[in-house]
Design a protein around this ligand. Structure first.
Ligand code: SF4
Length: 148
């Protein structure tokens, strides 16, 4: 059995910026024999739901209207790490492309749907502290880790 930190929106929590979820059915199967610990770094950082979408611009995170929400994103990332360490998470499964949760590829800050290489703030924080992060698009790797 693995302890897995997961983006809350992936297990059906309506915490996305638009008040919706983006459920990943396979995680419901994985939950039957593993422990999932849901987190939403943007909510943990103090942002409301629904909220304006944000994108990463270098070290800053800006909402679509230009509001700087870097502090909230950093606070959410720190809290996500604290939860991961407290619950002894073996690894994390986080939502792809998000400015908080994305790994390897995120939106480029132009709000045009264009992707660029990079990580979300929370995903980066977890990886820098030794916690492996996978997106929901890496199911073979996730299932392999769960079966050990
Ligand atoms: Fe989902 Fe992460 Fe965005 Fe929260 S911050 S809605 S968990 S992708």
């Amino acid at each position: 059995m693995a302890v897995i930190l997961v983006s809350a929106c992936l297990i059906g929590c309506p915490c996305r910026y638009d008040g919706e979820a983006c459920e990943c059915a396979v995680l419901n199967e994985i939950a039957k024999s593993n422990t999932l610990v849901p987190i939403c770094p943007e909510q943990l950082g103090g942002l409301p739901t629904p909220r304006l979408p944000s994108e990463r611009w270098g070290d800053k995170i800006l909402m679509k209207d230009g509001t700087d929400v870097t502090l909230q994103y950093r606070r959410g990332a720190e809290t996500a790490l604290k939860i991961a360490l407290t619950c002894g998470a073996d690894f994390a499964v986080l939502k792809a492309k998000s400015p908080s949760c994305g790994k390897g590829s995120i939106y480029d800050g132009s709000f045009s749907g264009t992707l660029t290489a990079g990580n979300g703030v929370a995903a980066e924080k977890l990886m820098h502290n030794g916690i492996s992060v996978f997106s929901e698009n890496e199911l073979p790797e996730i299932i392999s880790l769960c079966s050990h």
